[in-house]
Ligand binder design. Structure first.
Ligand SMILES: [Fe+2]
Length: 308
């Protein structure tokens, strides 16, 4: 069957490449403590804005959260008189806590993620032995996107693509001529995201990446993380389909699925779990909200012992 969703995304990108009015303005906010890039994307004509993959600061030794990263975004958005209509998560992150509920309270907007979050809620709901009060139906979010579903940001077109592999629920969001690819590919000199979390799959990741790399050559790609790379001392988070196809150290043109899967699988065996995986996942599957407080008014994060 023809891949209608990727075809529609490619046509949208081409329309935006020929008409400046269909291209969004994009600002990246890098959080050095989790190596995460959050994006504010806006339509210059209407000032409607989307915030993708925001970060809530969290200090794991003390269990304290703070809003300084999110406040930087709020300052930027309000200084430009933007109206936030979307708060988007590319997936349930395992390395940082989402600030989406805080941003929603301050700025408004609909909280959105891929429909696969339901599967992730089921897997991690069981792991954390969350009670029946934890709904596993995605109802913590305002909108669950399916592959190929369209949305808009002011006068700019958007389309959601399901790109599983890193997790079963990963989505990429194409807004005008720009693709926010979450944890699929990273900068060409760093490669790709890991695929060893529960529900992750290196073969699926390869197919999702090759699907994204079938988009037009000059598609702007915005990545969710950067870790620098040997020989590069600056953080970077933007590339193009052409640059990835020519230079990505894991998935450039010519690398076979078989070779990628072998490389990814053996590399993943050497990686330790992200520092914040336990708090991040427990909170992010709840749409970024803390678990319900206990009878003393305090929320607790659980750690399953010898279960992962
Ligand atoms: Fe991730």
């Amino acid at each position: 069957m023809a891949d209608e969703a990727i075809q529609a995304a490619a046509e949208q990108i081409e329309r935006a490449q020929t008409d400046k009015a269909l291209r969004p303005s994009i600002a990246g906010f890098f959080d050095e403590s989790t190596n995460t890039v959050s994006y504010v994307i806006h339509d210059p004509a209407t000032c409607e804005a989307a915030i993708i993959d925001s970060v809530l600061d969290y200090e794991s030794a003390s269990g304290r959260t703070s809003n300084s990263s999110a406040n930087r975004i709020i300052e930027y958005v309000t200084s430009k008189n933007m109206k936030v209509t979307w708060l988007i998560e590319t997936h349930a992150h395992a390395d940082h806590i989402s600030a989406a509920p805080y941003l929603q309270q301050k700025l408004g907007g609909k909280l959105a993620i891929g429909r696969g979050i339901i599967k992730v809620q089921d897997v991690f709901g069981k792991l954390f032995n969350a009670g029946t009060d934890f709904e596993r139906d995605g109802s913590q979010f305002d909108r669950l996107f399916d592959d190929g579903e369209r949305f808009s940001l002011g006068t700019i077109e958007g389309i959601a693509l399901h790109v599983p592999g890193h997790t079963p629920a990963d989505m990429a969001f194409i807004i005008g001529d720009a693709a926010f690819v979450g944890d699929t590919i990273f900068m060409p000199d760093f490669g790709t995201a890991r695929a060893d979390f529960p529900g992750g799959d290196a073969r699926q990741l390869f197919r999702s990446i090759r699907r994204l790399l079938s988009l037009p050559d000059e598609t702007r790609l915005f990545l969710c993380h950067d870790y620098k790379a040997p020989g590069r001392d600056e953080f970077a988070w933007e590339s193009t389909v052409r640059q990835q196809r020519e230079n990505n150290v894991h998935v450039k043109d010519g690398v076979s699925e078989h070779d990628f899967v072998e490389m990814r699988t053996s590399r993943d065996k050497t990686l330790s779990m992200p520092k914040l995986i336990m708090p991040s996942v427990q909170i992010n599957i709840r749409g970024g909200r803390l678990p319900d407080p206990e009878d003393n008014g305090v929320s607790y994060i659980k750690i399953p012992v010898n279960a992962v």
